[in-house]
Design a binder for this molecule. Structure first.
Ligand SMILES: [Zn+2]
Length: 135
Protein backbone atom coordinates (compact mmCIF):
# COMPACT_ATOMS: atom_id res chain seq x y z
CA UNK A 1 0.00 0.00 0.00
CA UNK A 2 1.44 3.32 -1.12
CA UNK A 3 2.46 5.53 1.87
CA UNK A 4 0.64 3.03 4.05
CA UNK A 5 -2.35 5.29 3.40
CA UNK A 6 -5.75 3.64 3.24
CA UNK A 7 -7.26 6.48 1.15
CA UNK A 8 -4.43 6.26 -1.41
CA UNK A 9 -5.23 2.53 -1.63
CA UNK A 10 -8.93 3.32 -2.16
CA UNK A 11 -8.03 5.92 -4.83
CA UNK A 12 -5.87 3.28 -6.57
CA UNK A 13 -8.73 0.74 -6.39
CA UNK A 14 -6.59 -1.53 -4.21
CA UNK A 15 -9.35 -1.35 -1.60
CA UNK A 16 -12.96 -1.37 -2.82
CA UNK A 17 -15.26 1.52 -2.04
CA UNK A 18 -18.89 2.47 -2.58
CA UNK A 19 -18.07 4.94 -5.32
CA UNK A 20 -20.35 7.91 -5.97
CA UNK A 21 -18.16 9.95 -8.33
CA UNK A 22 -14.74 9.71 -9.93
CA UNK A 23 -12.69 11.79 -12.32
CA UNK A 24 -8.98 12.35 -12.99
CA UNK A 25 -8.48 14.36 -9.82
CA UNK A 26 -10.88 13.09 -7.21
CA UNK A 27 -12.83 10.17 -5.89
CA UNK A 28 -16.06 10.43 -3.90
CA UNK A 29 -17.44 7.44 -2.02
CA UNK A 30 -19.81 6.61 0.79
CA UNK A 31 -18.37 6.64 4.31
CA UNK A 32 -18.85 3.09 5.64
CA UNK A 33 -19.41 4.49 9.14
CA UNK A 34 -21.84 7.25 8.24
CA UNK A 35 -23.13 10.13 10.37
CA UNK A 36 -26.26 10.12 8.20
CA UNK A 37 -27.66 8.42 5.09
CA UNK A 38 -25.54 9.31 2.07
CA UNK A 39 -22.50 10.56 4.07
CA UNK A 40 -19.88 10.91 1.34
CA UNK A 41 -16.13 11.52 1.42
CA UNK A 42 -14.39 13.47 -1.33
CA UNK A 43 -10.64 12.91 -1.65
CA UNK A 44 -7.95 13.97 -4.13
CA UNK A 45 -6.21 11.02 -5.77
CA UNK A 46 -2.88 12.73 -5.06
CA UNK A 47 -1.83 12.31 -1.44
CA UNK A 48 -1.58 15.21 0.96
CA UNK A 49 -2.33 14.95 4.63
CA UNK A 50 -4.52 17.97 5.24
CA UNK A 51 -5.51 21.49 4.29
CA UNK A 52 -2.10 23.02 4.96
CA UNK A 53 0.01 20.78 2.70
CA UNK A 54 -2.48 20.61 -0.19
CA UNK A 55 -1.48 22.84 -3.14
CA UNK A 56 -3.89 25.75 -3.69
CA UNK A 57 -4.79 24.60 -7.22
CA UNK A 58 -5.64 21.10 -5.95
CA UNK A 59 -7.68 22.58 -3.14
CA UNK A 60 -9.61 24.85 -5.48
CA UNK A 61 -10.40 21.94 -7.79
CA UNK A 62 -11.28 19.72 -4.84
CA UNK A 63 -13.75 22.23 -3.40
CA UNK A 64 -15.35 22.59 -6.83
CA UNK A 65 -15.83 18.79 -6.87
CA UNK A 66 -17.26 18.89 -3.34
CA UNK A 67 -19.81 21.41 -4.63
CA UNK A 68 -20.61 19.24 -7.64
CA UNK A 69 -21.07 16.07 -5.59
CA UNK A 70 -23.07 17.87 -2.87
CA UNK A 71 -25.35 19.38 -5.49
CA UNK A 72 -25.90 15.93 -6.97
CA UNK A 73 -26.53 14.31 -3.57
CA UNK A 74 -29.08 16.98 -2.63
CA UNK A 75 -31.16 16.06 -5.69
CA UNK A 76 -30.43 12.33 -5.87
CA UNK A 77 -30.89 11.26 -2.25
CA UNK A 78 -32.72 13.67 -1.87
CA UNK A 79 -31.75 15.58 1.28
CA UNK A 80 -32.83 18.95 2.65
CA UNK A 81 -29.36 20.30 3.44
CA UNK A 82 -25.85 19.14 4.21
CA UNK A 83 -22.81 19.88 6.35
CA UNK A 84 -19.31 20.05 4.92
CA UNK A 85 -16.64 18.96 7.40
CA UNK A 86 -12.90 18.92 6.92
CA UNK A 87 -10.79 17.87 9.92
CA UNK A 88 -7.08 18.58 10.31
CA UNK A 89 -5.01 16.60 12.78
CA UNK A 90 -5.88 14.00 15.39
CA UNK A 91 -6.89 16.69 17.84
CA UNK A 92 -9.56 17.79 15.38
CA UNK A 93 -10.90 14.28 14.87
CA UNK A 94 -9.01 13.42 11.67
CA UNK A 95 -8.55 9.64 11.62
CA UNK A 96 -7.06 9.12 8.13
CA UNK A 97 -4.18 11.45 7.32
CA UNK A 98 -5.17 12.00 3.68
CA UNK A 99 -7.15 15.17 3.12
CA UNK A 100 -10.85 14.57 2.77
CA UNK A 101 -14.06 16.53 2.83
CA UNK A 102 -17.13 15.03 4.45
CA UNK A 103 -20.50 15.77 2.89
CA UNK A 104 -23.06 14.96 5.57
CA UNK A 105 -26.63 15.04 4.24
CA UNK A 106 -29.31 16.40 6.59
CA UNK A 107 -32.98 15.54 6.60
CA UNK A 108 -35.63 17.87 7.95
CA UNK A 109 -35.14 18.57 11.63
CA UNK A 110 -33.49 15.21 12.28
CA UNK A 111 -30.74 15.54 14.88
CA UNK A 112 -27.50 13.73 14.18
CA UNK A 113 -24.61 13.09 16.52
CA UNK A 114 -21.58 13.40 14.20
CA UNK A 115 -20.50 10.09 15.66
CA UNK A 116 -19.75 7.27 13.22
CA UNK A 117 -22.36 4.51 13.11
CA UNK A 118 -21.39 1.16 11.68
CA UNK A 119 -22.97 1.10 8.22
CA UNK A 120 -24.92 -1.78 6.70
CA UNK A 121 -22.79 -2.92 3.73
CA UNK A 122 -25.77 -4.10 1.64
CA UNK A 123 -27.60 -0.83 2.17
CA UNK A 124 -24.46 1.18 1.33
CA UNK A 125 -23.94 -0.78 -1.87
CA UNK A 126 -27.57 -0.31 -2.94
CA UNK A 127 -27.39 3.40 -2.14
CA UNK A 128 -24.10 3.89 -4.03
CA UNK A 129 -25.56 2.06 -7.03
CA UNK A 130 -28.61 4.31 -6.95
CA UNK A 131 -26.84 7.68 -6.62
CA UNK A 132 -23.61 7.09 -8.59
CA UNK A 133 -22.77 9.97 -10.95
CA UNK A 134 -21.25 9.85 -14.39
CA UNK A 135 -17.60 11.00 -14.31
ZN1 LIG B 1 -3.06 9.05 0.90
Amino acid sequence: MKNNCVFCAIAANEIPSFKVYEDDLVLAYLDINPFSKGHTLVIPKEHSSGLLDTPDETLAALVARVKKVASHLKAALPCDGFNILQNNGEAAGQTVMHIHFHIVPRYGKEDISFISQKGDMDELKALADRIRMEG
